[in-house]
Design a protein around this ligand. Structure first.
Ligand code: ADP
Ligand code: MG
Ligand code: MG
Ligand code: MG
Length: 400
């Protein structure tokens, strides 16, 4: 079975059987493919008699979007499993346990997180996650700090940057986030009632300048090992627990891109509250909860990142007076800019989010989409002057 081919459900059982001391020797295994099948297969393999289960995730050699199919490197499975192992070491407990990896078969065998829900779904169902800000700020501070030149040996980092070159998946981000939404590209997809708003986006040269600067950072700034796709669909959650999955887009890039991904997805959900909250009182509470979560994430991240720097920094030159201030300020600005970019693409670009697209009433959906565009473009335009997370919050609150 060692040569690459997409596994059948039966083969997923055979390979799951090889994990030592996992399943009981006696007792049948059941296997079910539960992925959405666009890029990867995800098999849920379980043993009813022992109550044990695990996940086999395997990369497919192509990506499929609305009937179109293009080749996509299997090396992303190696990147995903290596990123998960690093994240587990640096932010233990915040990613699934890894039981086995196989680069030839492009697969990772990992902990079954079916006891959790995908956060995007959980939020749409009105879920409240009191531990999330603490957990995700921990994940961000630790994974970003310890893979940066502040927290790891700078020569070793250069080698790691090379092994996380992820050109094909980065190209997807470069095109779908930083290029296509701002021009009349074939891949774009948006509700026709937004044509005027989109024309505005396409002709806004001041916005295009800021997007070009953000894109340059994404292309060139190998600051830390990013997750690379940290939206609420890549987070499994319960009120007590947070687990980050799916780092196949991992590469060395600007830290603000990961932080911004989290904030953007909270704001996408925020913008859709006219639909997801049943009445005005619930809406107010829900919006406040989301805003407070955003504030807590940034503030906790900043505090934890500074503490790591002060207590575990490896770079003497980084102690230069004023450098940490300047660095954290630039992180905030990048975060705000990337938050905006990650919002706009979900309205105009190829891949949308359920928080917005599942609003059945076209008028309510259009309002939510315009709120997202208003917040997103303002964040992009203001990012280089920002000095506080309250500026992001003011922009979000003014638009809703
Ligand atoms: P893709 O890269 O194709 O988006 P994901 O890693 O996001 O793949 O997984 C797709 C889906 O498979 C998830 O949304 C979830 O429903 C399921 N899944 C993935 N990993 C696990 C896991 N460790 N435990 C339970 N379900 C999982
Ligand atoms: Mg998917
Ligand atoms: Mg995914
Ligand atoms: Mg993925």
């Amino acid at each position: 079975m060692s040569k690459y081919h997409p596994l059948t459900e039966k083969e997923a059982i055979q390979i799951a059987r090889t994990i030592p001391d996992f399943f009981a020797a006696e007792g049948e295994l059941a296997s079910r493919e539960i992925g959405d099948g666009n890029l990867n297969l995800v098999f849920h393999v379980s043993q009813p008699s022992s109550g044990r289960s695990l996940i086999v995730k395997q990369a497919l050699p192509y990506a499929k979007v609305v009937g179109e199919s293009w080749p996509l490197t299997l090396d992303r499975a190696r990147i995903e499993s290596e990123a998960l192992l690093i994240q587990d070491r640096l932010a233990h407990g915040l990613v699934p346990k890894i039981y086995h990896t196989d680069n030839e078969l492009a697969l990772t065998i990992m902990e079954d997180l079916s006891s959790h829900v995908i956060m995007r779904q959980g939020l749409m169902e009105g879920g409240v996650y009191p531990k999330f800000a603490d957990d995700i700020s921990d994940f961000l501070a630790k994974t970003l700090f310890f893979t940066s030149d502040l927290g790891m040996n700078q020569q070793e980092k250069k080698l790691l940057v090379r092994s996380f070159a992820n050109p094909e998946l980065c190209k997807i981000t470069e095109d779908l986030i930083f290029d296509h939404p701002y021009t009349n590209a074939d891949t774009n997809s948006f509700d026709p009632h937004l044509q005027e708003d989109v024309d505005q986006l396409w002709s806004d040269t001041a916005l295009h300048l800021e997007v070009a600067i953000l894109r340059e950072k994404f292309l060139t700034h190998a600051q830390a090992l990013l997750h690379g796709d940290l939206h609420t669909g890549s987070i499994f959650i319960t009120p007590e627990s947070t687990k980050v999955i799916d780092p196949e887009f991992a590469y060395f890039g600007p830290m603000g891109f990961d932080i911004g991904a989290v904030l953007a997805n909270l704001l996408l959900h925020f913008a859709a509250q006219e639909h997801w909250s049943a009445d005005e009182a619930t809406r107010q509470t829900r919006r406040q909860y989301l805003i407070q979560t955003i504030r807590d994430i940034w503030e906790s991240f900043e505090r934890k990142f500074r503490t790591l720097w002060n207590e575990q920094g490896v770079d003497r030159v980084a102690n230069a007076p004023g450098y940490q201030e300047d660095y954290v300020q630039r992180l905030l600005r990048d975060t705000i800019g990337f938050t905006g970019a990650k919002m706009v693409r979900r309205i105009v670009g190829l891949a949308h989010v359920a928080d917005i697209d599942r609003i059945p009433d076209p008028a309510v959906r259009a309002k939510a989409q315009r709120i997202v565009l208003a917040i997103g473009t303002k964040l992009i335009k203001s990012n280089r002057n920002a000095t506080s997370i309250e500026q992001l919050i003011d922009i979000a609150e003014a638009a809703s």
